[in-house]
Design a protein around this ligand. Structure first.
Ligand SMILES: Cc1cc2nc3c(=O)[nH]c(=O)nc-3n(C[C@H](O)[C@H](O)[C@H](O)COP(=O)(O)OP(=O)(O)OC[C@H]3O[C@@H](n4cnc5c(N)ncnc54)[C@H](O)[C@@H]3O)c2cc1C
Length: 73
């Protein structure tokens, strides 16, 4: 890889849903982002996810957290 940047505003380790989502949203905000993945993007636990996006949880804090995440998708 010859064009690998030596400077970045954010370096994200791991290209699962969390890393990819963080990179996506920081990029949309104009951040300069580098994402490091040791294998293939989404090849970790994300590869096995069933795709369910639940928002009804036992605690209000988790409902708020997941509803906010859902609205970002
Ligand atoms: C069978 C199954 C079904 C599921 N179904 C659902 C569902 O329906 N709905 C739901 O919300 N959740 C579901 N989940 C949970 C969900 O898949 C995980 O919570 C989510 O994918 C975790 O994402 P992540 O980005 O944190 O981790 P990961 O997807 O595991 O990503 C981590 C990444 O980091 C990389 N990495 C690790 N170490 C390094 C390193 N040193 N350098 C560079 N890269 C590194 C890995 O290669 C990997 O790609 C399910 C999980 C399983 C196992």
């Amino acid at each position: 890889m010859t064009d690998f940047p030596s400077v970045s505003q954010a370096v994200i380790v791991g290209g699962g849903i969390v890393g990819c989502s963080t990179a996506y949203h920081l990029s949309r905000l104009g951040w300069d982002v580098v994402l490091l993945e040791r294998a293939k993007l989404t090849s970790g636990t994300t590869f096995h996810a069933a795709g369910l996006v639940g928002q009804l949880r036992s605690k209000a804090s988790r409902v708020n957290f997941e509803s906010t995440g859902f609205s970002l998708a």
